[in-house]
Design a binder for this molecule. Structure first.
Ligand code: GSH
Length: 263
C-alpha cells in the first residue's frame, strides 16, 4: 500500500509522482493544503518533522525527502529501473540530486513563494503572519519566508534564485551536448529530479529563461511528452489555474528579467 502526501504545485512531490507514474504503481493521494498550513499541523509533523511535502507512506512506514523517496521507490519496485546500473553513473546522478536539493529547490521556493503564497498572508494582520511563520520548523526557512513576505520579488533571495536557475540551465545545456537524457540514452531519476523545476517556469510563462538553450528546450519538451508527465504533473493543472498562473507570471516577468540581467 503506497500513500503520498502531496500538493499539485510542489516540484518535490511532482518528482515522486513522476516516479510512481513511470513505474505504473497504484497509490493513494492525501492532499496537503499548504496555503492553509496543513503541513504544520501536529498530525502531519509526526509523519514529516520538517513540515514539508512530499511524504510517502509505504505499508504504514513514512519515507521523507523527495530524492530519497525516488531512490527508495526505485529500489523497492525495481521493474522499469530509473537509475543507471554503473556505480560511477549513479554517483553522477546523485550529484544532480544534490544540486537540486541544496540549490535549485530553495531557489524555486524563493520564486514560487512570493507568486503563490505571499498574497494570502498579506491579507492577515502582522500578528497572524508572525504566528504562522513562527511555526515553520527550520530557522533559515522561517527567515527566508519573512524576507519574501516583506519584499516579494525584490528580496535578495530572488536575485540569487534567478542566478541559480540560469546556472542550472547552462550546465544542463552542456550535459545534453552528446546525449538525449541527462545520464545518457535512458530517462532516469536525474531527468525526473530536474523536470518539475521547468514546470515552474512553464506555469509562469518564464520559458524565455532558456530560450537560448535549444538542447534544454528540447529535453523539457520530451519530458512533457511522456505519459508520466501528463499523469503526474500536467494533469493537475486545469486550464483556469494555468491561465491565472500565466497571467501573474507575465506581470512579474519584467522583474525576473531585470534579475536575469544582473546574473
Ligand atoms: N528537501 C525536501 C523539500 C520539500 C519542500 O520544501 N516542500 C515544499 C513544497 S515544494 C513544502 O512543503 N513547503 C511548505 C512550506 O515551506 O511551508 C524534499 O525534497 O522533500
Amino acid at each position: 500500500m503506497l500513500e503520498l502526501y502531496t500538493h499539485p504545485m510542489s516540484p518535490c512531490a511532482q518528482k515522486v509522482r513522476l516516479v510512481l507514474a513511470e513505474k505504473g504503481l497504484e497509490w493513494q493521494a492525501h492532499f496537503v493544503d499548504l496555503k492553509n498550513k496543513a503541513n504544520l499541523q501536529p498530525e502531519y509533523l509526526k509523519l514529516n518533522p520538517l513540515g514539508v511535502v512530499p511524504t510517502l507512506v509505504h505499508d504504514g512506514r513514512p519515507v521523507i525527502e523527495s530524492s530519497l523517496i525516488c531512490e527508495y521507490l526505485d529500489e523497492a519496485f525495481p521493474d522499469t529501473a530509473l537509475r543507471p546500473e554503473e556505480p560511477y553513473l549513479r554517483a553522477q546522478m546523485r550529484l544532480w540530486f544534490k544540486h537540486v536539493d541544496n540549490r535549485l529547490h530553495p531557489s524555486c521556493g524563493a520564486l514560487q513563494w512570493p507568486m503563490v503564497m505571499r498574497e494570502g498572508l498579506l491579507l492577515l494582520s502582522e500578528e497572524e503572519q508572525n504566528r504562522i511563520i513562527d511555526r515553520v520548523p527550520e530557522q533559515p526557512r522561517r527567515e527566508r519566508q519573512r524576507r519574501l513576505l516583506k519584499l516579494g520579488l525584490d528580496a535578495p533571495d530572488v536575485v540569487g534564485a534567478v542566478a541559480v536557475y540560469r546556472r542550472t540551465i547552462l550546465d544542463m545545456e552542456t550535459a545534453l551536448e552528446d546525449r538525449p537524457w541527462l545520464m545518457g540514452e535512458s530517462f532516469t531519476l536525474a531527468d525526473i529530479a530536474l523536470a518539475p523545476y521547468f514546470q515552474t517556469l512553464h506555469q509562469f510563462a518564464w520559458t524565455d529563461m532558456y530560450a537560448d538553450c535549444p538542447r534544454v528546450a528540447d529535453w523539457y519538451q520530451r519530458c512533457r511528452e511522456r505519459q508520466s508527465y501528463e499523469t503526474a504533473v500536467s494533469g493537475d493543472f486545469t486550464s483556469d489555474v494555468l491561465a491565472s498562473l500565466h497571467e501573474s507570471g507575465l506581470r512579474a516577468w519584467p522583474k525576473i528579467q531585470q534579475h536575469l540581467g544582473n546574473t
